[in-house]
Design a protein around this ligand. Sequence first.
Ligand code: CTP
Length: 417
Amino acid sequence: MINALAERRVLLGVTAGIAAYKAADLVRRLREAGADVRVVMTPGATGFVGPLTFQALSGHPVRVELLDADAEAGMAHIDIARWADIVVVAPATADFLARLAHGQADDLLSTVCLATAAPLVLAPAMNQQMWRAAATQANCALLAGRGVDRLGPDEGRQSCGDNGPGRLVEPPAILAALERRFVSGALAGRSVLVTAGPTREPIDPVRYVSNHSSGRMGYAVARAAAEAGARVTLVSGPTALDTPAAVTRIDVATAEEMASAVRARLAGADIFIGTAAVADYRPAHVAAHKIKKDAATLTLALERTTDILAEAARREPPLFAVGFAAETGDLERYARAKLIDKHLDLVAANLVGTPGIGFNTEDNELVVFWADGQRRLTRAPKDRIARELVALIADRYAQTRAAATSADAPAAQEARA
Ligand code: CTP
């Protein structure tokens, strides 16, 4: 199962319904799925479940009041509205649906819902008669017309003793629906080959030449490609990372092992993404026995390794080749040179040497170059950057294919004539 919620910022709104206790279970499940969860409650909701419960489960303070002098010092209601990747209101009462439908902003949660550009998902819960009421149905239709998503309500026995529609959709179903929203399908049916991590080039049986790559960026790219619906094979140098869900991983150590693992899988690939920090040189001779420290100095002769990315980019028929470039200056010039020299479709470049960005760090920032364009992906955790990069790759890949098809069309017509 793909963990599409990992590192997603979920803002959970809780309104004043008896089902508010189920929202606590939802927070727990969201956290287990790797999401970063913040909870905003309406004042009425705190009569059903205390904010402390949500604070303990989410690991963050719960916001209730719109005019909270401390929190509002930095326009917190706008900050939190911008922070969210998705806003989920569960349970959403009839009153909340009505206020939302009419654009009211008389408490923190309704204000955040107005102020956010993130998708809004509502899970209504109320008495069946209230749900069937013409006003509630009209409010739901209005909200649906504005692109607000609704989950449920479910039918069944209600806490008031009635039977009918109005029960909150169960937390596992809400979780599954949220996961589905993040699985884009932009690479559905495509086969993606990713290299990641460092390589280790042996000097003797106990020593090697390597680098500081953690593999995190490559693993995040593999995960994001799988979320986008691709079949993903990850050829990985030694890392301490878990294999992302729904990704096939092949472990290698040296550049040559990585090169042959890639060669063996190139035939079926549509897209190749080289994120690995492949050693450019390896010791020309590997000592059969541990080198003893007899000599005062030791010189290692190094020889070039295969450029795996350049080799992949030369495959016939062509695949869509994406490279990474780590530069300490003159980003565009060097990145564009790689694009041309290695026959790439896209280069994702980052400035290394910037504190907090690049090798062995949590965050990254990329400038992506292609023949006639470029886009900056601003500093963010690697998972988020990877998702943005994969969305861009899917977009450029689709455009390249469309261009190739239309270029082929006259030739195909001629051939038929
Ligand atoms: N790459 C590769 N095989 C190699 C070397 C690099 O597949 N033997 C890939 C990397 O995965 C990355 C890109 O090529 O996608 C990096 O290009 P490279 O020319 O190695 O970058 P630098 O090491 O920065 O090169 P230079 O020192 O020439 O700037």
